[in-house]
Design a protein around this ligand. Structure first.
Ligand code: NAD
Ligand code: FES
Length: 274
């Protein structure tokens, strides 16, 4: 079980694995994630289910090698097994009812979790306009996948090496102002990007959903690690999310919480290279 069937390098430090996991594949929906461990004393790694194949019993996961655990995961090869894989966890994303045209925004690695949202909506007959952005051309991935489920695909890079030079929000603002009849926005990527999208769409009263990559430990609502403030309520990204109404999210608190363990992550990083 949990055997790696395919492995691919998508961009520097960004890898995709397709893993045998028939029970998870059977139930998975867009927005859900898994938590895995690669050895007995290993850290639990939460990863979005970027795609699933119910017939072949596989799930696809994309990860950035940022700390020791994800670097170790990146060393596993085709045929290796993942020690434990729990999921699907979290709530499937609740898509805006009655929406006919939705803009899906994926920033950097956030393209991995936005793809299943776009695919599921496209399959249910919603027209998708996609915006995919990265720092440079080398970091772009899944353009063909996004194109296949979108009526329009807009690409941005911060340095202008591919597509439009600028941020995803530049294109989003133009699309909203060009009055294309957009009913909602789904935006997934780094927290500052999701905040910027949320601030923008709030001005236009445009329903917006984001997916929070909060710190997670157990993934079952017990540890409190993934606490988020939504409106005036405390929620847990692992059991109540990870998708939430962007206009209700306290992004400043989330960014502060994400910075809390940066030093520990760096120490772990150094140990990985020992
Ligand atoms: P990045 O910082 O390179 O940004 C990617 C794109 O997002 C940029 O090219 C730009 O178009 C847009 N963007 C970034 N900051 C913006 C801002 N202030 N305003 C408007 N647009 C902005 O992305 P990265 O290096 O891939 O991001 C890594 C971070 O994303 C990590 O912290 C990771 O944990 C997080 N992440 C989040 C999710 C999620 O589910 N929300 C998924 C994967 C990764
Ligand atoms: Fe522990 Fe959500 S990860 S409560």
């Amino acid at each position: 079980m949990n055997k790696i069937l395919q492995k691919q390098v998508l961009a520097p430090t960004l890898k995709q694995i397709i893993v045998e996991a028939p029970l998870i594949a059977k139930k998975a929906k867009a927005g859900q994630f898994v938590i895995l461990r690669i050895h007995e004393k290993g850290e639990r790694i939460p990863l979005t289910i970027a795609d699933y194949d119910r017939d072949n019993g596989t799930i696809t996961m994309i990860f950035q090698e940022v700390g020791s655990s994800t670097k170790r995961l990146g060393l596993l090869e085709i045929g290796d097994e993942i020690l434990d894989l729990v999921g699907p966890l979290g709530q499937p994303t609740e898509h805006p009812a009655g929406a006919k045209r939705i803009v899906c925004v994926g920033g950097g690695v956030g393209v991995a979790p936005v793809y299943p949202e776009a695919k599921e909506l496209h399959e249910s007959g919603v027209e998708i306009i996609s915006i995919v952005g990265a720092r440079n051309e080398e970091l772009l991935f899944y353009l063909d996948n996004m194109k296949a489920v979108s009526k329009e695909l807009h690409v941005t890079t911060d340095d202008g090496s591919k597509g439009r030079k600028g941020f995803v929000t530049d294109v989003l603002k133009e699309l909203i102002e060009s009055d294309k009849g957009i009913d909602a926005v789904i935006a997934i990527g780094p927290m500052p990007m999701m905040k910027a999208v949320s601030d923008l769409t709030k001005n236009y009263g445009l329903k917006t959903i984001v997916s929070l990559n909060s710190l997670m430990v157990d993934g079952t609502g017990m540890c409190g690690g993934c606490r988020v403030t939504i409106g005036n309520e405390t929620k847990f990204a692992c059991i109540d999310g990870p998708a939430f109404d962007a206009h209700e999210v306290d992004f400043i608190e989330q960014m502060r919480r994400l910075r809390m363990y940066q030093i520990e992550e760096k120490v772990e990083d150094c140990r990985c290279g020992e």
